[in-house]
Ligand binder design. Structure first.
Ligand code: GLU
Length: 249
């Protein structure tokens, strides 16, 4: 078995992230599995130089170790491009020219099986003339998958049976960045990860990721979403509650 931890070097690791990392490490190591470390550094606007090293030091300080070199997503771009090519060949991609405000407006007006706030497929219904007009506008499109409201179920090791309706989520943003949901699926499969252990705030993304793994013909990992660390008021632990990073304690 292979497990992993995949932080984003966009901030100092929160105690909740460190606890998730420790649990992921424990699940893997107690099963005699390899444990991999992956830096999810695709969001160039939010990644801060040096934070990867600081995060790795904090992980080592709490006793987490990993096998092999740390993999950086920024060094794996050709794999994500190849996955997009595959989706394109399968006719599962389309261009989306919607602004944030347009998506918000369309999502609140939409009725049907999609979860609240989900993209209602506006750009999927553009006529050829409308599409040509959007293309001519010069605004670079995001790329979305054509998931068609598929419903995906899975059994989480900790949360039990879960399911979700998959909307036409973004796989490449308008600024050209590959989206988290694409990269995570390509990497977990490419690195042979068999169990994904992460915070329960990401459980809602799992139906999308399983749908994508199937669409790409990739193996599907199993999942364990661990509870978030909360403050005494029941809200997610934050600075206002006191110490939230190793440096704070
Ligand atoms: N990079 C994501 C984060 O730090 C976690 C991704 C995952 O574990 O699937 O929130």
């Amino acid at each position: 078995m292979i497990g992993r931890f995949a932080p984003s070097p966009t901030g100092v690791l929160h105690i909740g992230n460190l606890r998730t990392a420790l649990l992921a490490w424990l699940f893997a190591r107690s099963a005699g599995a390899r444990f991999l470390m992956r830096m999810e550094d695709l969001d160039v606007g939010r990644v801060r130089p040096g934070l990867d090293v600081a995060q790795l030091e904090d992980l080592a300080a709490v006793g987490v170790d990993w096998d092999g070199p740390v993999e950086y997503q920024s060094a794996r771009l050709s794999l994500y491009e190849a996955a997009l090519d595959r989706l394109r060949e399968e006719r599962l991609l389309y261009e989306c020219y919607c602004t944030r405000a347009e998506i918000h407006e369309a999502a609140s007006a939409a009725h049907g099986p999609l979860p609240e706030g989900a993209y209602p497929g506006t750009c999927l219904r553009l006529s050829a003339a409308e599409l040509a007009e959007k293309r001519a506008s010069g605004r670079p499109p995001a790329l979305r998958v054509r998931a068609g409201g598929a419903s995906v179920a899975f059994v989480d090791r900790l949360l039990g049976p879960l399911s979700g309706v998959v909307d036409d989520f973004v796989v490449r943003r308008g600024d050209g960045a590959f989206a988290y949901n694409l990269a995570v699926v390509v990497d977990d499969a490419g690195q042979g990860v068999e169990e994904v252990v992460r915070g329960s705030d990401l459980a809602d993304s799992t139906p999308r990721q399983l749908w994508l793994a199937r669409a790409l013909g990739l193996p599907e990992p199993s999942h364990a979403h661990v509870p978030l660390v909360l403050g005494p008021d029941g809200a997610r632990l934050a600075k206002r509650h006191g110490a939230v990073t190793l440096d704070d304690v």
